[in-house]
Design a protein around this ligand. Structure first.
Ligand SMILES: Cc1cc2nc3c(=O)[nH]c(=O)nc-3n(C[C@H](O)[C@H](O)[C@H](O)COP(=O)(O)O)c2cc1C
Length: 223
């Protein structure tokens, strides 16, 4: 059976995105959450394959498609990643004091122990794809492009009922060592994926009193 992507790519007429689709898209954006509580239920590898296909539709500087995925499956490497997180998290906690430290200590900041699927996403900073278009002035656009692949995957996963949690409390050089990735790849995201224990529309960090929505994000300076 054709995948959703194959059906989309083989369509001969321009799709019409009607009001009902727009509402569903708004629902998807509003209900995409960073998840860190996962069920142990396995995820069909075909679903992950499809998510990766969809992530590859993300925009990229010069069409360079610099995202590189590593599926972290070895228990030993997962244990090393967890130790990396625990060290970095303890260090981060040490940087807070008082009430902020107490809240930080109570937050669950990764699902590394439970998530059935773990994907590290890198940007290949040495790719020749795109022939440098757009990145001679802003080399960081390669990483931005990889971040967009992450977001695309995140939304596609949510549409399948899967949760994604982005872990950045990691020493990136240590992650690269653990995963033995090529020298030119820089870590953009370490993702935990799986079916979520719970669904809620409000972000976890808002729920637990760390950070509510910030009105500054919606302000527009007019010049
Ligand atoms: C670049 C990036 C790095 C993040 N790193 C972490 C992390 O290490 N641990 C964590 O619990 N959440 C992490 N998050 C998730 C954010 O905390 C979360 O997206 C934010 O609180 C908003 O919640 P929402 O994604 O549910 O809207 C990260 C998110 C982004 C975009």
């Amino acid at each position: 059976m054709a995948t959703q992507l194959q059906r989309a790519s083989n369509a001969t007429t321009t799709p019409s995105f009607d009001a009902s689709f727009r509402q569903s898209l708004a629902d998807l954006l509003a209900w995409r959450r960073d998840v860190r509580r996962f069920l142990a239920d396995p995820v069909d590898p075909a679903v992950i394959d499809e998510l990766l296909d969809l992530a590859c539709l993300a925009p990229s500087v010069g069409n360079s498609q610099p995202w590189r995925f590593v599926s972290v499956e070895s228990p030993e490497r997962r244990t090393e990643i967890r130790a990396n997180f625990e060290d970095c998290n303890a260090k981060a906690l040490g940087g807070y004091a008082g009430e902020k430290a107490a809240i930080y200590a109570g937050l669950k900041l990764s699902g590394l122990a439970e998530a059935p699927v773990q994907l590290a996403v890198f940007a290949d900073e040495e790719t020749e794809a795109g022939a440098g278009l757009g990145r001679q002035t802003m080399p960081e656009t390669l990483r931005y492009s990889a971040a967009l692949a992450v977001h695309t995957l995140w939304l596609a996963a949510r549409a399948q009922g899967l949760g994604v949690g982005w872990v950045s409390i990691l020493d990136p050089a240590r992650v690269s060592g653990t995963l033995e990735t090529p020298a030119g790849w820089s870590l953009v995201a370490y993702l935990c994926l799986g079916y979520p224990v719970e669904e809620h529309v409000d972000p976890e960090l808002q729920r637990f009193g760390w950070q509510a929505r910030d009105a500054a994000c919606r302000r527009v300076l007019v010049r």
